[in-house]
Write a protein that binds this ligand. Structure first.
Ligand code: AMP
Ligand code: MN
Ligand code: MN
Ligand code: MN
Length: 286
């Protein structure tokens, strides 16, 4: 269990709880410091901040930003960003516009394999702004094309499957710059999820560090214990801070519970080492 959870999603992106409900749920689960990190959008942060005050959660302003690096998709979490910073806002808007175009292509690809109406169907699951593969997944499951979220991705929405279309997200250098220039810390999200071989992974870590990247998400809801140990070692080796987050998407989305993540392995330098809201936590826990 951890009372610091720095990766979560609301209905602003592909989570199933509205920001205020997510905050109340986090409080019930004992979370004290929570980052809301919706994909490519910061529109939930105001409502989250308002909801956080009465339940005594320290809300960290965040976003999980989609990047294309060497033809692969990576996710960079920005923590303590300034959501009003113009370059960040413009960059996120451009990514969201790209999502709209991609959604039309996904629907076309699915139509080519005999599944009609998926664009309207997917938008039917969008609660606020972002259209994502998760919304296509919800549509496909609702129509019985697959039994659950995991299988629907495997069958339709990943590379080599009928509903997959390649897409170019933002550049790594730009994303790190938006985050840093807005006053935030840049974290490589769930590094174990990308299936990178050792050499490529090291090239990524060097490039990320050279660009000003701050931290690796050592503890993630999608990491095995082996991955956690491996990335703790790599964070120490490369001088990265370490972050932790459940990647919670809501009760029905096939992810782990909010706040239910192991502690950072010893030897990690926490990304929150100089955050007042986290040090207050250490004092009150003592
Ligand atoms: P997108 O950014 O539109 O490509 O959508 C990516 C989102 O789909 C991720 O943030 C996850 O929430 C979800 N996702 C990706 N792969 C899977 C999977 N295998 N099972 C469940 N959800 C997934
Ligand atoms: Mn997601
Ligand atoms: Mn992610
Ligand atoms: Mn995420």
């Amino acid at each position: 269990m951890s009372c610091i959870d720095l990766h979560s999603h609301s209905t602003v992106s592909d989570g199933s709880l509205a920001p205020a409900d997510l905050i109340r749920h986090a409080a019930q689960q004992g979370v004290k410091v929570l980052a809301l990190t919706d994909h490519d959008d910061v529109a939930g942060l105001n409502a989250a901040r308002t909801a956080a005050r009465p339940v005594e959660i320290s809300l960290i302003a965040g976003a999980e930003i989609s990047v294309t690096w060497r033809d692969r998709t990576l996710h960079i979490v920005g923590l303590k960003i300034d959501p009003h910073y113009p370059a960040l806002q413009q960059g996120l808007r451009a990514i969201r516009d790209g999502r709209v175009d991609r959604a039309a292509k996904i629907a076309e690809a699915l139509a080519n394999s005999g599944i009609d109406g998926s664009l309207e169907g997917a938008y039917g699951f969008v609660r606020e702004n972002i259209i994502s593969r998760t919304h296509f997944a919800c549509f496909l499951v609702s129509r019985g094309y697959a039994g659950n979220m995991k299988n629907v991705f495997k069958k339709f929405l990943v590379k080599g499957r009928p509903g997959y279309v390649p897409h170019r997200w933002a550049e790594l250098a730009d994303v790190v710059r938006w985050i840093k220039d807005s006053g935030g810390r840049a974290v490589l999200a769930h590094p174990g999820r990308y299936g990178l071989g050792g050499a490529t992974l090291r090239q990524l870590l060097e490039e990320f560090r050279a660009l000003g990247g701050d931290a690796l998400e050592v503890v993630s809801g999608s990491h095995t214990p082996e991955m956690t140990q491996r990335f703790a070692g790599l964070a120490a080796e490369y001088g990265f801070l370490a972050s932790c987050g459940s990647d919670y998407h809501g009760p029905d989305r096939g992810y782990g519970e909010i706040g239910r993540i192991p502690p950072l392995p010893s030897g990690c330098a926490p990304v929150w080492h100089d955050w007042p809201e986290a040090s207050a936590l250490a004092v009150s826990a003592a």
